[in-house]
Design a protein around this ligand. Structure first.
Ligand code: ZN
Length: 264
């Protein structure tokens, strides 16, 4: 069973470190704030009021730097606000040292930080990894200009769902939020860790009620299926899950409870 040690380093912006066995995850806080409950989908008003009586929900954007088996991998890059670069600098990590950025999906709060204020690659020595369905959707189908210009700065490596993306990291199909959304299963020395991207946005309500989706989910039904699939797996194997919109430090462990999940 993975034992998890959480050490919170409070700075002006708050950064934190989580260790799961030999796997070390550094939480990079981009933005923290709050948002309105009208973002929730498939949530009756009574349920919203139960969990968020003020009508406002805590909201945050995170990225993670994960070290395992001699690797150091950045998972997502946050917004184009250089906050992830600042968080890395606070931890003594230079942008040039980042060799691999694994992207969960191509929304601006996940890929935006690939580009710095000067319009250049934030991580000049990095290769960027993303799923082929995600690339096809944003680049070939909708031809999103900011995605195309960001990816043009990098050597981009596409992979299929289920592939071993880099040694020790496998891509799990958790599409629904976007057509090619993936979660990453990291394995090192028998320990496991999942970087789950946006399988959920508001864990306070979505863990007990995984049927609740958000307006950002392109396919809410599929997003719900992916959320349940991933959380069922994490609960069954007792694997810690990192999420880009889970309150810092952004890593939780869950147990099944009725139709939903509880943290433990
Ligand atoms: Zn997001």
């Amino acid at each position: 069973m993975a034992r998890i040690f959480v050490a919170i380093i409070v700075t002006v912006f708050m950064a934190s470190t989580v260790f799961a066995g030999g796997i070390e995850a550094l939480t990079l806080v981009d933005v923290q704030g709050e948002t309105d409950t009208n973002l929730l989908v498939n949530a009756p008003d009574s349920l919203k009021e139960e969990y968020y009586p003020s009508g406002r929900m805590p909201s945050q954007i995170l990225a993670f730097l994960v070290r395992f088996g001699g690797n150091e991998v950045l998972f997502d890059a946050g917004l184009r606000d250089e906050a992830v670069l600042t968080r890395l600098a606070e931890q003594g990590v230079s942008p040039e040292s980042i060799k691999a950025v694994l992207i969960t999906h191509l929304h601006p709060d996940h890929f935006g930080g690939l580009v710095n204020y000067e319009g250049r690659a934030s991580f000049p020595n990095a290769e960027v990894f993303l799923s082929k369905p995600e690339y096809d959707y944003w680049v070939n189908k909708v031809k999103n200009a900011s995605v195309i210009s960001a990816l043009r700065l990098y050597k981009v490596r596409q992979f299929a769902f289920g592939d071993e993306v880099i040694p020790g990291v496998r891509a799990i199909d958790t599409s629904g939020h976007t057509p090619g959304h993936v979660s990453y299963l990291i394995e090192s020395d028998g320990e496991k860790f999942i970087v789950a991207g946006d399988i959920m946005h508001f864990p306070e309500i979505q863990l007990p009620h995984p049927e609740v989706s958000v307006k950002y989910d392109a396919d809410p039904v599929k997003a719900e299926q992916s959320r349940k699939f991933l959380l069922d797996y994490a609960a069954w194997k007792n694997i810690p899950v990192a999420g880009m919109h889970i309150p810092p430090p952004g890593v939780i462990s869950v147990t099944k409870s009725g139709e939903g999940y509880v943290r433990h």
